[in-house]
Design a protein around this ligand. Structure first.
Ligand code: AMP
Length: 184
């Protein structure tokens, strides 16, 4: 299960709905709610991720708001390790640290609690998870944030990589990238 064969990948891809022109014209939105609503697809995906990461030295899984919470929290409980949410500004109640990143127009920001990665280890290992990588801006800021918070991001994992946008290339400069499915 460490690698998925073509049939498994095709099955997972077919379970994801594409919604054209959402949230704005020209965007082909990958809707993972149909994967979550297909128990065979969801469990195939999560068992694959479990087998990929169960023998790695990982202390935390960090999920990016909001769809990264679903896969990240599920995997954390399957592996028996801790989960940390990385959120949009103003959502986390305690003291936070943040990292800004550029959008096509303007800037956005991700935040994490200042003590999110405090454990017995000096520099805990963190696996970052999100549903999808497009331009890579959000994930790159999240990796930087994890490292700024005193942890060590060992890999960034995505269910879907929109490969034609080359977002993974930027992130590979700072951490390894794994995507279950690639869309060219
Ligand atoms: P980016 O920072 O450009 O890599 O955007 C990644 C974030 O935007 C992820 O949290 C995705 O959930 C969301 N996203 C961007 N493009 C799409 C898309 N075509 N379909 C679904 N989600 C998307």
């Amino acid at each position: 299960m460490k690698t998925l064969d073509k049939n498994d990948k095709d099955f997972l891809l077919a379970s994801i709905r594409t919604v054209e022109d959402f949230p704005k014209p020209g965007i082909s939105f990958k809707d993972i709610t149909t994967l979550l609503g297909n128990e065979k697809a969801y469990s195939l995906l999560m068992n694959h991720l479990k087998s990929r990461y169960e023998n790695r030295d990982i202390d935390y899984i960090a999920g990016i708001e909001s769809r990264g919470f679903i896969f990240g929290a599920s995997l954390a409980t399957m592996l028996g390790i801790k989960f940390v949410p990385i959120r949009k500004p103003g959502k986390l109640p305690y003291t936070t640290i943040s990292e800004k990143y550029s959008l096509e127009y303007g800037i956005d920001e991700v935040e994490v609690h200042i003590d999110a990665f405090k454990c017995e280890k000096d520099k805990p290992n963190v696996l970052l998870i999100d549903d999808l990588i497009a331009t890579g801006g959000t994930a790159k800021a999240a990796v930087t944030l994890i490292n700024k918070a005193g942890a060590n991001c060992i890999e960034a994992c995505f269910v879907i990589n929109l490969k034609f946008l080359n977002g993974d290339k930027e992130i590979k400069k700072i951490t390894p990238v794994y995507s279950v499915l690639e869309i060219n």
